[in-house]
Design a protein around this ligand. Structure first.
Ligand code: DAH
Length: 335
């Protein structure tokens, strides 16, 4: 008798239930009131001795529960499959990916530059894009007749929000003045942002681009420290074996001033590569300190201005600045 229970147990476990019809057949075969195998076992209980009955009853009940459980599970699974579009789904197919956007390549380069600078102790400040002529030029020691003030380069605002002459900032350097106006030294800060120039548009210049300005002012700041921070930045951006070249240059707001080039390997070039200018820099001019009410007898400082587009073009081998502003998905999807 108990062999019969074991046998049925095995049979129930081995049964496959893959459709509503098979589920119903399973129910009738094992649990059916009239001819089901398990109710049939209950009918045989009268043949047993009174001592055997409790144990037998318990085992048949357990078997019944197990059969019911298999049936319920199978029905639930079939219903899920039907909702999911029928049982013949290929479960080995990869799932559908959700659409994932990405940041613009300029944003990526800018974020990377600011991340490196944070590690070098620079905090971040953002100044206004509409700037007074005074912050953009005068305070930065531009003589009144300096060509950079020329209509050619600068977008002047006709309906200035203030009485002062107002421009779209032509560089992030006015950020230097705004920081020093509001914070006594020491300051060590990076100023990222958009700048605007009224220039002929070509593969290498656009009417808008991005710069990051650096300013470090404290007692005893030296040009050696400036070189050190630029090497650290360049190594982190372009690799450990990067080669830089410092060229003497002129900017009204720094003295001495330099432009910095990075050596770019190029197997097609005659000398195996070329120097690419990446930034301007120098020691803050005393007149700039005066304009911002910082004592030039007590403090020295360095300043740097770099172009973000230029950096991104070097990193990714891009040869036309305009592509950053065209929103062409075929370009953007690569980043
Ligand atoms: N503002 C300059 C420009 O846009 C770049 C620059 C040069 C910034 C030298 C500096 C600097 O801070 O020291 O051309």
């Amino acid at each position: 008798m108990s062999d019969k229970i074991d046998e049925l147990q095995e049979q129930i476990e081995a049964e496959s239930i893959e459709s509503e019809e098979e589920a119903e057949a399973f129910r009738i075969q094992y649990l059916g009131r009239n001819q089901g195998a398990i109710p049939g076992l209950f009918d045989q209980i009268g043949d047993l001795s009174p001592e055997e009955r409790p144990e037998f009853g318990k085992r048949v009940n357990a078997l019944k529960d197990r059969a019911q459980e298999r049936l319920d599970e199978a029905k639930a699974r079939l219903q899920r499959e039907e909702q999911a579009g029928g049982p013949d789904i290929d479960r080995t197919l990869p799932g559908r990916r959700g659409f994932r956007g990405s940041t613009h390549p300029l944003t990526q380069t800018l974020d990377e530059i600011l991340r490196i600078l944070r590690g070098l102790g620079f905090s971040t400040y953002e100044g206004p894009e509409i700037e007074t002529d005074w912050h953009n030029f005068t305070a930065l020691n531009f003589p009144p007749d300096h060509p950079a003030r020329d209509m050619q380069d600068t977008f002047f605002l006709k309906d200035a929000p203030t009485k002062e002459p107002t421009v779209l900032r032509t560089h992030t350097s006015p950020g230097q003045i705004r920081i020093m106006e509001n914070h006594a030294p020491p300051v060590r800060v990076a100023v990222p942002g958009r700048v605007y120039r009224n220039e002929a548009i070509s593969y290498k210049s656009f009417c808008l681009f991005h710069q990051v300005e650096l300013l470090y002012v404290d007692e005893g700041v030296t040009m050696a420290q400036l070189k050190q921070v630029l090497y650290s930045l360049a190594r982190a951006l372009f690799g450990e074996d990067v080669t830089l070249r410092f060229r003497p240059s002129y900017f009204p707001f720094t003295e001495p001033s330099a432009e910095v080039d990075v050596w770019w390997d190029d197997d097609d070039a005659e000398d195996g590569g070329q120097w690419m200018e990446i930034l301007g820099c120098g020691m803050v001019h005393p007149n700039v300190f005066d304009a911002a009410d910082v004592d030039p007898e007590l403090y020295t400082g360095y300043a740097v201005g770099m172009g973000v587009e230029r950096m991104a073009m070097l990193r990714h081998g891009i040869d036309d600045i305009r592509i950053f502003y065209e929103n062409d998905a075929r370009f953007l999807d690569q980043f």
